[in-house]
Design a protein around this ligand. Sequence first.
Ligand code: ATP
Length: 317
Amino acid sequence: LTRLYTPLTALANVRVDVMTALVSFERVFEVLDLKPMITERPDPVSLPGGDVSVEFDDVRFAYPSADGYSLASLEEVSTLDTRGGEEVLHGVSLRAEPGQMVALVGPSGAGKSTIASLVARLYDPDSGAVRLSGVDVRDVSFEDLRGTVGVVTQDGHLFHDTIRANLAYVRPEATDDEIWDALRRARLAELVDSLPDRLDTVVGERGYRLSGGERQRLTIARLLLARPRVVVLDEATAHLDSESEAAVGEALADALHGRTALVIAHRLSTVRAADQILVVEQGRIVERGTHPELLAAEGRYAELHRTQFTVTERSAA
Ligand code: ATP
């Protein structure tokens, strides 16, 4: 039973794990024992240099059902998430200009994370297209895609390994100076410096236990080290005290500066700062505009703002 139960636990976390690995496809799929369903074109194209735009053109998407996966062994079939099949994005179009921050807001289950995962090409749309600087992500090499799109999720998933290894796998040639610089900018250098083994401290369940805010800041340090031109970020304020909240907020602002970013926003300060807010509901974008524009429209955003973001602001105060 344990043998069957283990992959089940892994798969229950499949979305989080896949998202958190900063698009390190091989490593993630190695961990999960699954083969990716997306494939690289034999003659992939390179993205042009400079800032990157992100565009969704009438994207429709349903999660694949279990039999779409290539499994390590047949018995694992019974442990797969078989929710797939129903369309969850029903024609989503959006455009983030180079350097813009776009905030996605909306109720739970609306499709925000799904939109985020399509930018990193964790799945392919069933129809329509996702483009980076005008190039369909299906035409881009995995290496280019991995180097361009950085993904950060709520949980700040860490490998049971040293702090150095957790940071440097996104850029194996990074020097200790660069790692310390990223830690400083993520407001973590002081803590790491105070640990007996400093960068060699093993973190994770059986190692040094970082708090929720510290884990988030470590994933932000990863982002600062990888310096992707596009950042896809699931922001979360849950479980953070107000001090961590402020530290995470500052570190994030630093990491997002000058990047094209798609942020699943939970902070009032983020939606206020966003160049564009998209309200997602039941797989569709139902409203778009800036914070003042959408408040004035007195529609869904204004309603969400009264409930979701006011609560966040109060609990962070
Ligand atoms: P939340 O704010 O709760 O994270 P969300 O807006 O990000 O929600 P999604 O996670 O994108 O919403 O979910 C959109 C729909 O897709 C939901 O109906 C959800 O149950 C479904 N879904 C999400 N992940 C998977 C998956 N891996 N397999 C099958 N269905 C999924």
